[in-house]
Design a protein around this ligand. Structure first.
Ligand SMILES: NC(=O)c1ccc[n+]([C@@H]2O[C@H](COP(=O)([O-])OP(=O)(O)OC[C@H]3O[C@@H](n4cnc5c(N)ncnc54)[C@H](OP(=O)(O)O)[C@@H]3O)[C@@H](O)[C@H]2O)c1
Length: 224
């Protein structure tokens, strides 16, 4: 599959590399055509890898990943072009973290809205699926870095788009399908983004970003 990865940071590079290794053709996008990090990645990642602007990567991909800094994701997607992502699956990995008041970060949007929803509203013709934003970049593409079963969440308005993303998560990144929990429509992004303040605190307590949560379900309570 042809995949556009918007973002040259740790997430963009890790996701793009894993997708190339899984056999996909990947174009990494950035604000500029000659981003040194993107050019170096494309050179080192092999013949299925290339780099360009956000717009180049978005036009190239049948599926597009948003791995840009949350506070600038809407700007980056505007630069990519609404038409270039129309009718495509857009996997939104971003978190709306606000570091303006230092650590720990707060959220730029929360409670009654989320960045995932803002992106879906900005790109009404795209099928946005929020996924992968609750784990660190290396764990996204290598779930066995944490032993045993643990969970990843996805949500979005389009069932077929979620099926495509579940396929990429399981076949290209190695997640067990039973460990990928579908939380419903894109408003569920409020919950996965609002997990970040807890994620940041867990990271502080554990001193290690290589962790995840496991949802353990007991028998349903009986009435009466
Ligand atoms: N790091 C993690 O482990 C992790 C885990 C889960 C979710 N996330 C989320 O994934 C996203 C990417 O994180 P990251 O750590 O890889 O990198 P990042 O530093 O948050 O984002 C890097 C990307 O954002 C773009 N960007 C920065 N300022 C911009 C602006 N003013 N306008 C347009 N684009 C701009 C950069 O563009 P250029 O390429 O042009 O420089 C670059 O592609 C974030 O939303 C983060 O919250 C990160």
């Amino acid at each position: 599959m042809k995949i556009g990865v918007l973002g040259t940071g740790m997430v963009g590079e890790t996701v793009a590399t894993a997708l190339v290794r899984a056999g996909h053709e990947v174009r990494m996008g950035s604000r500029t055509k000659d981003h040194p990090g993107a050019a170096a990645w494309a050179k080192g990642a092999g013949t299925r890898a290339s780099a360009g602007t956000f717009a180049d990567a978005a036009s190239f991909g049948e599926v597009v990943f948003n791995c840009t800094k949350g506070e600038h994701s809407l700007e980056a997607l505007r630069a990519a072009g609404e038409a270039a992502i129309a009718d495509k699956v857009l996997v939104d990995v971003s978190n709306p973290l606000d570091f303006s008041k230092g650590m720990p970060p707060s959220l730029l949007v929360s409670n009654t809205d989320s960045l995932g929803e803002q992106i879906q509203r900005a790109l009404p013709r795209s099928r946005v699926v929020k996924a992968l934003n609750t784990v660190n970049a290396y764990l996204m593409v290598s779930p066995s870095n944490v032993p045993g079963d643990h969970n990843l969440f996805l949500c979005g308005n389009d069932p077929e788009a979620k099926r495509v993303v579940r396929g990429l998560l399981t076949e290209s990144f190695g997640w067990k399908t039973g460990n990928v929990l579908d939380l419903g429509d894109i408003t569920a992004a409020r919950g996965t983004e609002q997990y970040l303040p807890l994620w940041v605190r867990l990271y502080g307590s554990l001193g290690n970003p290589n962790f995840n949560i496991r949802v353990v379900v007991g028998p349903a309570p009986t009435q009466g």
